[in-house]
Design a protein around this ligand. Structure first.
Ligand code: DAH
Length: 347
């Protein structure tokens, strides 16, 4: 066998053995590339006499053609193998039975909000919903947070690139508290001239937004506002209503409730509501479950109601946190990642 025949057979064997296109192209470079063996042979022709050059040149070119043919064949074989593998992998077995439709379930936070609504409805509370894009006045000013007041910085706010009628940028509501104002103003207008004004008793659950994100904060989260206004509503009523809520929500009598002094611009005095279970996995720890307080007279005035005559309390709680406590979930983000392995446990 002469040198060219050996070269051609070597190339044919290498090409056929290449397991994938990348290695095939490497093998090609070894023969046909810039410093490949065929190229080197062609360069060597310069040293020959014209007659030898002609003969040898023709032989090398013949060998080159055979090597190119082998390369093309190997390329096609690899492409065909790839197609065959893909067809095999994606094969449909049309004789398989259908998968059936998955049974949907309510999201654990939706379940929690439904529970909250049912419990407060049983105590005579209306349930109201309102806009998630709020005006500056509703979200802050009417709630006794004047412009430039430092209390506004308690809530890191998402602003919208659109101004309201007052020329202030709209915001994604940072809490459900503006629903106190919206609901109470409607109520006052609807009962204008009625003496005494029928009591306001309402909860307002919904989505709220703040620039905040970690294991216990999500930029979108839920709140549920509560408001009870009448001629004679006091902290005693708040303590009863909230304790009753906790009793029904967690299905136990075995807990204590305490009010811990705090500050909110829209209430005076203000308190955090903590609960502590006396038994069970959470026993012995004070857990903060709501902010609350007696509604500030300035806020009652912004309701369109006389603060000398009507008084009451408000509270705001976090359904996400209540869901975490009830179901023993330790990372808030799990609720909003939409991983079905997590969510389907609540069906
Ligand atoms: N809006 C408060 C917040 O987001 C929670 C709150 C506290 C609501 C006290 C209330 C209240 O109605 O009385 O932090």
């Amino acid at each position: 066998m002469n040198d060219l025949e050996a070269l051609v057979q070597g190339a044919q064997a290498d090409f056929a053995a290449a397991p994938n296109p990348a290695e095939l192209e490497n093998a090609k470079a070894r023969y046909l590339g810039k410093s490949g063996r065929v190229t080197e042979l062609l360069k060597g022709l310069g040293a020959l006499t014209p007659d030898e050059k002609k003969r040898r040149g023709a032989e090398i070119n013949q060998a080159k053609t055979r090597i190119e043919t082998a390369l093309q064949a190997a390329r096609e074989a690899l492409a065909e193998a790839e197609l065959a593998a893909q067809l095999h992998a994606e094969a449909l077995d049309v004789t398989l039975p259908g998968r059936g439709r998955g049974v949907a379930g309510l999201h654990p936070v939706s379940r929690t909000i439904a529970r909250i609504e049912a419990i407060f409805a049983s105590m005579g509370f209306d349930v109201a919903e309102g806009p998630e894009i709020e005006t500056d006045w509703m979200n802050f000013t009417a709630l006794n947070s004047p412009e430039n007041h430092p209390a506004r910085s308690m809530q890191d706010t998402f602003y919208v690139d659109v101004n309201d009628a007052q020329g202030k940028p709209l915001n994604l509501r940072t809490h459900t508290s503006p629903m106190q104002v919206r609901y109470a103003r409607n109520h006052a207008a609807r009962h204008a001239g009625v003496e005494p004004m029928p009591e306001i008793r309402v909860i307002a659950p919904g989505r709220t937004y703040r620039v905040d994100s970690d294991a216990t904060h999500s930029p979108m989260f839920h709140q549920c506002e509560g408001l009870w206004i009448g001629e004679n509503i006091s902290f005693k009523d708040l303590k009863f209503v909230f304790s009753e809520f906790v009793r029904q929500f967690f299905e136990t009598d075995d807990f204590d409730v305490r009010f811990r002094p705090s500050f909110f611009p829209f209430t005076e005095p203000s308190a955090e509501i903590d609960i502590a279970f006396r038994s069970g996995p959470l026993a012995g720890k004070w857990l903060e479950v709501a902010g609350s307080g007696q509604v500030h007279p300035n806020v009652v005035r912004n309701f369109g109601i006389d603060p000398e005559r009507y008084i009451g309390f408000a509270f705001g709680m976090g359904p996400d946190r209540l869901a975490m406590l009830r179901y023993g979930v330790n990372d808030l983000r799990l609720f909003f990642e939409n991983d079905l392995r997590f969510l389907s446990q609540f069906k």
